[in-house]
Design a protein around this ligand. Sequence first.
Ligand code: ATP
Ligand code: MG
Length: 269
Amino acid sequence: MEHWGSDMEAVGISVRLGRKTILRDLSFAACPGHLTAIAGPNGSGKTTLLRTLTADVRHSGTVTINGQRVSDMKPWELAAIRGVLAQATRIAFPFTVIEVVGLGLAAGTAAGNASLPLHALERVDLAGYANRFYHELSGGEQQRVQLARVLAQVWDPVAQDGPRWLLLDEPVSSLDIGHQLLVMELARDFARSGGGVIAVMHDLNLTAMFADRVAIMRDGRIMDIGAPKDVMTDHVLSSAYGCRLRVNATPSSDSPFLLPQVATVDSGQ
Ligand SMILES: Nc1ncnc2c1ncn2[C@@H]1O[C@H](COP(=O)(O)OP(=O)(O)OP(=O)(O)O)[C@@H](O)[C@H]1O
Ligand SMILES: [Mg+2]
C-alpha cells in the first residue's frame, strides 16, 4: 500500500509553553498503511508534537486527521478514530487490569464487544492478568496494559469511515527485548492492515527495523523525514544527538543499524 496521501497532517505548527517556544513552524504528515517514527534527543519536542496531533496542547497552525480539522472535532469523535499511548500514565485508583483496558473499550466504538479487552490483553502477552491490580504490576507490564487499553479503543485498523490511528509515545521504553519486538510487530501489523501508526522512539535500531518513515527532531524542528535508510545517516544522527554515531547496514537487508562511537578515554598514563 504505497500511497502518500497525508491523512494525518500538521501544517505550520507552533507551540509555546510558558515563555518557551517548543515547536517552531513545524509541518509533519503521516499516512495510513505506514508506521511513522519520531526520533530525536530528550527535550527536542517529540511528545509535544504527538500531543499537538492528539489535540491535547494549544498550538497555532492546523492539524487534520482523515481530512477533518482536529480542532473542529468533539472528544468522542476523536476517540473513535485514534488511540493515544502517553509517555507515562499514572492511575490514582486501585483499578484492576481489566478495568483499565475497559476504559479504552468505553472510549472507542466497539463498546458492544465485551470480550475485546481480554483479546487485547492476549495481544500484549498479558493473558491471565485481568483481575490483578494495575498498581501492583511491574513497569513493563503496566506499559503493556496501557497499550491493551489503546488497542481496545481502536481495535479495527480500518473503520467504515476511514483508517484508525495509533499514536504511541515511547511504546517500548520499559519493555524487555522480547516484548519490544512483540509490540513493534503489533504496531506494524496494525499499519499493514490499513491503520496509521505514529510512534515516538528512542531505540534507533528498532526504528530502522520497523518504521516505514522516520522524522528526526531537534530543537522543536524536524531536521529530516523519510525512509530510515535515507534519513538515518552518520551525519543526521550525530548532529541530532550531539554524539558520534556510526551507521552500518545489516548483512541480511539494507536496514541501517547503529553503533555509538565511544570517545577514546585518555587514561593520563
Ligand atoms: N508544560 C510545559 N511547560 C514548559 N515547558 C515545557 C512543558 N512541557 C514540555 N516543555 C518543554 O518542551 C521541550 C520539549 O518537551 P517534550 O516533552 O516535547 O520533549 P521530548 O522530545 O518528548 O523529550 P523526551 O525524549 O525526554 O521525552 C522541553 O524542553 C520541555 O522542557
Ligand atoms: Mg517525550
